[in-house]
Design a protein around this ligand. Structure first.
Ligand SMILES: [Zn+2]
Length: 483
């Protein structure tokens, strides 16, 4: 395949040849007989975007679910309306996601039964840790129980029971293809799934989805310590400050992971969790690639410790846009300044990468980039002005390799042909940072999304169509400056 008139990111206008999944030539290239051509007319060619923290199966399920929290739902009446008008999923449930207690308090099965009787309903808290199930749903779960027993719950409120509940909800697997098509339309070519209970069988499932064409992106699978599959990524540790694990046990786990040449990814959304994680890395030792997921609140002293330990942070700046107004209500002034920091990490010499955390955050990485640049909440307040990134630094959060998220990939001869192709040059795209600018996505040399010149998104895909034509072509010199 020949891509003509691409503005190669950081280089300038050129043609690209792709053969056998690799970029084999860059320059002014003549079309070979029979060679397929994609004419970008000056649109930017970026390395394909990698999402360094996602929960793919939960994201796929979320596409068949109803939003139950801000910004879509704010009041009890809106919640009742949203759930009452929702369609059942393939297993007959109404599945709500993204609930936050600011909507209707700590709802339980009685609350759901009072307002929405008769249909099996389950609602997930936006933290991902809590499911609330109504009476009909509880009966259904009890009937389907493998051992005849439901996991422990309080009035239909199940905490941290995802694994047990996953066996009971229903047998139908959500459509990974629809989720993968959606990600391809954002320019995403690689994923790291960091679901804590991932094991070898989960990795084998993802490999199967890759080989049967349901999953269009490359994938790395983080999860439990005992994994040996070839897709294995970091060992995931989910810390919760209300029930922190035994400290020595955690240090042993870090050492055991390192002994298997696996890095460790620790989930830290509170300051206490970060203090605990840093202490464990100090005692057990840190190795390159060890990472802190979220680092949601990072005061200056912890910033220095992160740097001294050489840890990588995988952040979600879009939570500022999606949840910022609630944070403004719930957090103190100092904490607001330390929230989902961006520039502060880079300035402090800490490697930084981005992940959507979908479905708990929006899966579109361009939203994360925009939030990293503007730091704006939904109501327009700016959180942590000093943490703003340039559009280029924001883009870099998603340019790292899956196995080295902080190391940006380049478009160069010999590199894997993972590309995010835009419908306009970078100088115009950088002021919008919008996935609507994505014109085509190429993964390992295969087109997985394409709306260049009105082409179909994907032969069998549900991809988003691009509304813009390729009208803003420009000519660039080799150094990227405009001619
Ligand atoms: Zn996560």
């Amino acid at each position: 395949m020949l891509i003509t008139r691409a503005e190669v990111y950081g280089a300038g206008l050129a043609d690209l040849r792709i053969e056998n999944g690799k970029i084999t030539a860059i320059g002014r290239l003549a079309r070979r007989p029979g060679e397929a051509v994609l004419d970008l007319q000056g649109g930017a060619a970026l390395p394909g975007l990698n999402d360094h923290h996602i929960h793919l199966m939960a994201y796929a399920a979320s596409l068949d679910s109803v939003a139950c929290g801000p910004p879509a739902v704010h009041t009890p009446e809106q919640l009742i309306e949203a759930l009452g008008s929702a369609h059942r999923n393939q297993d007959g449930w109404i599945r709500g996601i993204g609930y936050h207690q600011s909507v209707a308090g700590n709802i339980d099965c009685r609350w759901l039964d009072r307002h929405l009787p008769g249909i099996p309903i389950r609602v997930q808290h936006r933290s991902g840790r809590l499911w609330v199930v109504n009476g009909v749903g509880l009966k259904r779960l009890a009937r389907g129980g493998v051992s005849g027993a439901l996991p422990a719950h309080n009035e239909g409120r199940f905490y941290d029971q995802d694994q047990a509940l996953g066996k009971l909800w229903g047998r139908t697997r959500p459509s990974v293809r629809a989720a993968s098509d959606r990600l391809a339309s954002y320019g995403v070519t690689g994923l790291t799934d960091l679901t804590p209970h991932n094991d070898n069988s989960a990795a084998a499932m993802f490999e199967g989805l890759r080989s049967n064409g349901s999953l269009l992106q490359a994938i790395r699978v983080g999860g439990m310590l005992r994994m040996s599959h070839r897709l294995t990524g970091p060992t995931k540790v989910h810390l919760h400050d209300s029930a922190l694990p035994d400290f020595d046990g955690l240090c042993d786990l870090v050492k055991a992971s390192h002994a298997r040449r696996r890095e460790v990814a620790m989930h830290c959304v509170t300051e206490a969790e970060l203090v605990f994680a840093l202490a464990a890395f100090r005692k057990a030792g840190a190795r390159p690639g060890d990472r802190i997921e979220h680092a949601s609140i990072t005061p200056p002293t912890l910033l220095r410790q992160l740097r001294d330990l050489g840890l990588l942070v995988v952040t979600q700046p879009h939570f500022i846009a999606e949840r910022g107004d609630a944070y403004r209500r719930d957090l103190g002034c100092a904490e607001l300044g330390w929230l989902y920091r961006c520039h502060g990490f880079l300035d402090g010499g800490i490697a930084l990468a981005g992940g959507s955390d979908a479905p708990f955050g929006h899966a579109d990485p361009w939203r994360a980039m925009r939030a990293a640049v503007t730091r704006q909440t939904a109501s327009g307040h700016i959180l942590g002005q000093g943490e703003c990134l340039t559009p280029e630094a924001a883009l870099s959060l998603f340019l790292g390799a899956l196995d080295a998220p902080h190391r940006p990939r380049r478009i160069a001869v010999g590199e894997v042909a993972d590309l995010c192709l835009l419908d306009r040059p970078w100088r115009l795209a950088r002021v919008r940072l919008d996935s609507a600018c994505v014109a085509a996505t190429i993964q390992n040399g295969n087109i997985i999304y394409n709306v260049v010149d009105g082409a179909e998104a994907h032969p069998a895909g549900n991809g988003r169509r691009n509304c813009r034509g390729l009208t803003e072509a420009a000519t660039f010199c080799a150094d990227g400056s405009e001619r």
